[in-house]
Write a protein that binds this ligand. Structure first.
Ligand code: SF4
Length: 252
């Protein structure tokens, strides 16, 4: 359900007391329950952000099945795989939804002119900031709730992900967003079981040994036995692009 000029005003932000009570209540909630809570609390002022990994597809499908009209968006850096773009098209068709494309302010060519060719080979943090973090930061200013496919099992850095979190947006005094991670407790096998059971499409690169799929220059096939985030930024000590680390998580 896209927001329109006649949409109701944004809901009040979560107070510390409400956040604490809701986080405790949702700590072990099934994804259906956390999504219903998010809809009741934020309506279409919460959106699903996805890069079309398996968990994101599960969430898009669950929201559709539950008839919760969350808007959905994806970050297109201009460097993503054609297979990912095709998957977006197939999901829009299958789920009868529109997924907004959020883009960086500068094209890949402009970035090369300003910062040199293939910035990702020299400074992937700077490249991710320009092409992922900055556009997401702009998008989050529109939202009260950000629904993600983060799962604890994905990496050590994600081992403490909670179903409901509250985040301050760095550099934006007093701007907070609730982050909802409905599949925080799910394991990879459960995600894949869900996709197969519901005959949902997935990125065909997974069938070619890609574990986690991001931009073309920074994603390698790692085979079935790799860690969940294996094959991303090979050769750099980098495991996160920054979109899940630039906000500051508040404690309940
Ligand atoms: S994943 Fe690689 S190409 Fe994509 S924004 Fe980050 S550094 Fe740039």
């Amino acid at each position: 359900m896209p927001l329109t000029p006649t949409s109701p005003p944004p809901p009040a932000p979560l107070s510390p007391a409400e956040f604490e009570a809701s986080a405790a209540r949702l700590a072990t909630a099934e994804p259906e329950d956390s999504l219903r809570w998010t809809w009741e609390r934020f309506g279409a002022h919460a959106a699903i952000g996805t890069s079309f990994q398996g968990a994101g597809i599960v969430i898009l499908h669950l929201a559709r099945e539950l008839d919760l009209g969350f808007p959905a968006f994806t970050l297109d850096t201009g460097l993503i795989f054609p297979e990912t773009l095709e998957l977006k098209r197939r999901l829009e068709e299958r789920l009868e939804i529109t997924i907004e494309t959020v883009e960086p302010e500068i094209s890949v060519a402009e970035q090369a002119r300003l910062h040199g060719e293939a910035l990702w080979e020299r400074d992937p943090d700077a490249c991710c900031t320009l092409r992922k973090v900055a556009p997401l930061r702009r998008k989050l200013f529109e939202l009260n709730g950000w629904i993600t496919g983060l799962r604890r099992e994905q990496s050590d850095a994600r081992a403490n992900v909670a179903v409901l979190e509250l985040h301050d947006i760095e550099g934006a005094e007093g701007r907070r967003v609730a982050k909802i991670n409905p599949l925080a407790l799910w394991e990879r096998a459960r995600v894949w079981d869900y996709l197969r059971r519901h005959h949902l499409p997935w990125n065909p690169l997974h069938d070619r040994g890609y574990r986690s799929i991001g931009c073309r220059p920074c994603t390698r096939s790692f085979g079935e036995n790799g860690a969940e985030r294996a094959g991303r930024w090979t050769g750099f000590g980098k495991t996160e692009c920054g979109i899940h680390t630039f906000t500051r998580r508040r404690s309940p």
